[in-house]
Design a protein around this ligand. Structure first.
Ligand code: AMP
Length: 406
């Protein structure tokens, strides 16, 4: 059976249509101040489109992890509403409690095309996680149309992602521009990719990335590994890893990946030198370890310059590249050179050679942001967990309900 993602082209919106818009406005906050508004700016195209169409928008999102037992000031969406209002020049009316306010009252408050409603953090309500019928009914009864533009949450079957859209007829549901773009790049780039294809994996755990590693053994010609997850593999390969972080209970799994890759003729690359430290601290002195083996008293914190050079050469001969996970502890400057070098090489390869470069969400997206390279590659995903599950080949519940099957 074939499927097709439903988009705005499938929706018969008209002036005054009421639209339930699920966004991913789960932005990082520090003392009630937004520290990175990447997810807000990523939501603006859909918001602008609906405002221009003079639709009545009832937007919603979750923020952080409140316990589902009512309002908690630190997780309020008020600063997010303020930011949207600044970007769009419209009034954002924050609705504190849609469950107890009459539906008619909420919609009647919208009386100008320069206004929209933002429901307060859905995770203040236990129904969002539990997906109770009553909760889904209440949310769905607010509007005529359902639009999901929350890619970063699409792997979670929360009420607003899954139960609510199912209560709308299929012809009244669709993906917003961000979800459409995410699906297009994550799917098309690796469905019939232009070879050579390289996948770069890093970050802390092999266990989180086993499935995606396995899948890319069937897609990529080269798989580059860095970050702490490399040490689990190096241990299996009989290297001395000193006191580097690794997963003792995942050695068997790492061994299986090595065997699987070899059966598929996929070349796996691991660090040949390292930047090490004696302790896991920002202030720890960085020590170059020029061989793959690490002395007993040191831990690998970043890939070394020789490894970076090898990895850069592979990137420079690839046409389609996926990056998921940093090469080292890039949050600390002394251990950031590998991640920064990979980020810069990917940007140059994309800009100068037109290679398709897709960066999975989470920490690799944060690195692209940190080095101001986000706009220099084909696509940077807004969803860490969601993009990983998507790339593993899983059907995300929030996306499944937006598809036409034929
Ligand atoms: P993940 O969420 O699995 O993508 O992991 C990202 C985290 O892995 C980042 O916070 C990095 O600081 C961390 N990381 C990367 N390389 C290492 C390493 N060699 N040792 C310890 N942590 C690392």
């Amino acid at each position: 059976m074939s499927t097709r993602l439903r988009t705005f082209k499938d929706l018969a919106l008209k002036e005054g249509s009421t639209v339930f818009l699920r966004l991913d406005l789960n932005v990082p906050m520090q003392d009630s101040v937004i520290s990175d508004d990447f997810r807000i700016t990523a939501s603006l195209p859909t918001l602008k489109y609906l405002l221009e169409k003079k639709c009545k928008i009832i937007a919603c999102s979750h923020l952080g992890r409140p316990n589902g037992k009512g309002f908690e000031a630190e997780f309020s969406l008020a600063p997010v509403g303020q930011k949207i209002s600044e970007y769009l020049g419209c009034e954002v009316l924050l609705c504190p409690d849609f469950l107890n306010l009459g539906v008619d009252k909420i919609v009647s408050e919208l009386n100008s095309p320069e206004q929209m409603i933002l429901l307060e953090n859905l995770r203040f309500f236990s129904g969002e996680k539990n997906g109770t019928d009553e909760f889904c009914q209440k949310l769905s009864s607010l509007c005529e149309f359902y639009v999901n533009d929350a890619f970063g949450t699409s792997h979670r079957p929360d009420a607003s992602m899954y139960g609510v859209p199912l209560l709308f007829p299929l012809e009244k549901r669709c993906a917003g521009f961000l979800v459409e773009k995410e699906v297009r790049f994550l799917e098309e780039a690796f469905l019939k990719p232009k070879p050579p294809v390289t996948a770069i994996f890093g970050g802390s755990k092999v266990s989180d990335k086993i499935q995606v590693l396995e899948r890319f053994c069937n897609i990529a010609q080269h798989i580059i590994v860095g970050g702490a997850m490399a040490y689990t593999f190096l241990k299996v390969l009989g290297k001395d890893i000193g006191i580097s972080k690794y997963e003792a209970d995942k050695l068997d799994l790492a061994q299986k990946i090595l065997e699987y890759a070899s059966r598929r003729n996929v070349k796996l690359y691991f660090p040949e030198d390292h930047i090490c430290a004696a302790s896991f601290e920002e202030s720890a002195e960085s020590v170059l370890c020029p061989t793959a083996d690490i002395p007993k008293n040191l831990m690998g914190m970043d890939i070394g310059p020789l490894t970076l050079d090898v990895y850069q050469n592979i990137i420079n001969s690839s046409q389609t590249i996926l990056w998921n996970g940093p090469m080292g502890v890039f949050e600390w400057d002394s251990f950031s050179l590998g991640t920064k070098g990979i980020a810069q090489t990917l940007a140059t390869r994309s800009q100068k050679a037109g290679a398709i470069v897709v960066v999975g969400g989470g920490d690799s997206a944060a690195a692209m942001e940190k080095y101001h390279l986000k706009d220099k590659v084909t696509h940077v995903s807004t969803g860490g967990g969601a993009s990983l599950e998507f790339l593993e080949g899983k059907e995300l519940p929030g996306i499944k309900v937006l598809k036409t099957y034929y």
